[in-house]
Design a protein around this ligand. Structure first.
Ligand code: KG4
Ligand code: ZN
Length: 397
């Protein structure tokens, strides 16, 4: 069947047209055309996503992208171009979600095809099986599976005993991991979205520490090698500037709830600790330069990743998890991926680890289409009346 899939939950307008066949763990997809339009540049000036602006942009983008995607898929002149429409109905920003829902309701009526609402977080789970172009098949996976979903609005551990069965066993009690990255970035006057920028600085600091360690260990050749692979002037200057010896001790940030007995998270205290650290440094007239920012970014990233990995490890052990999925915007974080791989290796775990393709870590309509098709063939929502579909900002899995 041909599926049209639309995602507008936040600041990305996504439209994908697929050909889908087969049942559950053998479902195959062929992407006929896919488009994604990001509003990041528009929201950057406000330091975060502005809901009414997001709504306006989606409304403007949807008809343009739709026309373009239909053309790319060669369906623009078809009487009945698709058999099913799926749309994100939540969680997300309600004004943004409504734009996709209203748009797809009109199409569903025009072409008399069923319209199915999809949970955005379920989409993120399925992103690990998808590709951004061409064809792909849902593989056979072993259950129980566990999904660590880390995005701008969510941080949760979801237990899956079978396909499409979800039990949230832990979640953040306050800020989401991505939200904490974005807020810490803003404190350091880094551009929005902060996650990639904080992560880039953290990686630079790690390289710098490596370089210093090699130099101190009397291995200048390795140090030179590292210097070469580092990117130019900026890094070079960092290694000359050596405030880190004095500052490193006070840089230690908390790991909130790391040892709590449940699977919940909390990132708001960590974010506040960064706020106080920066305030104190400023009061002492210490310049928050690139070097210092990269050190703070590194310690902050370490604290977030350590907590995420520790809780995930506990859940993997407790539920004898066979497949571990990490998805959502923050799954693009290189340190998180490395530490998750290391955790499984260090524990001699046989658990299969799945991360999405880099292009599908953020919001997109490919993942929504995959989740939608699987829900559709399971017939779970057979009696769904598409007229009743509503945007649900806090929709749960
Ligand atoms: O899933 P997503 O695209 O949108 C939501 O559904 O929220 O996630 C966006 C979040 C943002 O907070 C962004 O800063 C974060 O993912 N993010 C990252 C990285 N890339 C994106 N956080 C840490 N490291 C990254 N490399
Ligand atoms: Zn998302």
């Amino acid at each position: 069947m041909i599926i049209l899939s639309i995602e507008t939950s936040c600041d990305e307008t996504g439209i994908t047209i697929f050909k889908a066949t087969g049942q559950q763990n053998k479902a195959s997809f062929e992407i006929l055309a896919t488009s994604l339009s990001s509003q990041v540049k528009i929201h950057a000036q406000y330091g975060g996503v502005f809901p009414s602006l997001a709504k306006r942009e989606h409304q403007k983008n949807l008809p343009i992208l739709f026309k373009r995607t239909m053309k790319k898929a060669g369906l623009e002149n078809k009487k009945k171009p698709f058999d099913l429409i799926v749309v994100t109905s939540g969680p997300g920003l309600e004004p943004a979600l409504w734009t996709g829902i209203v748009f797809t309701k009109e199409l569903a009526e025009k072409y008399t095809v069923p319209l199915l609402p999809v949970n955005h977080m379920e989409g993120h789970i399925f992103s690990v099986f998808a590709k951004n172009k061409g064809t792909f098949t849902i593989p056979k996976i072993n259950f129980p599976a566990l999904s660590l979903l880390v995005s701008g609005g969510h941080t949760e551990l979801v237990l899956m005993r079978d396909w499409l069965q979800y039990e949230v066993i832990g979640q953040t009690l306050d800020d989401a991991a991505g939200e904490a990255f974005d807020k810490v970035a803003r404190m350091m006057e880094l551009p929005y979205p902060g996650g990639p920028e904080v992560s880039r600085l953290a990686e630079e600091f790690r390289k710098f520490v490596n370089l210093r360690t090699f130099a101190q260990a009397g291995e200048p050749s390795k140090a030179n090698f590292h210097q070469k692979i580092m990117r130019g002037e900026k890094i070079h200057k960092l290694s000359e500037h050596d405030s880190s010896n004095i500052l490193s001790e006070r840089m230690t940030l908390p790991r909130p709830m790391k040892y709590s007995k449940n699977f919940d998270f909390s990132f708001s205290g960590l974010k506040t600790a960064v706020l106080y650290l920066i305030r104190d440094l400023k009061e002492e007239n210490i310049k928050i330069d690139e070097k210092l920012k990269s050190e703070i970014a590194c310690e902050f990233e370490n604290a977030v990743v350590e907590t995420l990995v520790h809780k995930t490890k506990k859940a993997v052990e407790k539920y004898s998890i066979k497949t571990l999925i990490v998805a959502g915007g923050v799954s693009a974080n290189k340190h998180l991926k490395k530490e998750m791989q290391k955790m499984l290796k260090d524990t001699n775990s046989k658990t299969t680890l799945l991360f999405p393709d880099k292009k599908l870590t953020g919001d997109n309509s490919v993942m929504i289409g995959v989740a939608g098709y699987l829900e559709y063939i399971k017939n779970k929502t057979k009696s769904m009346n598409s007229k009743n579909i509503q945007a649900e900002g806090n929709l749960k899995l």
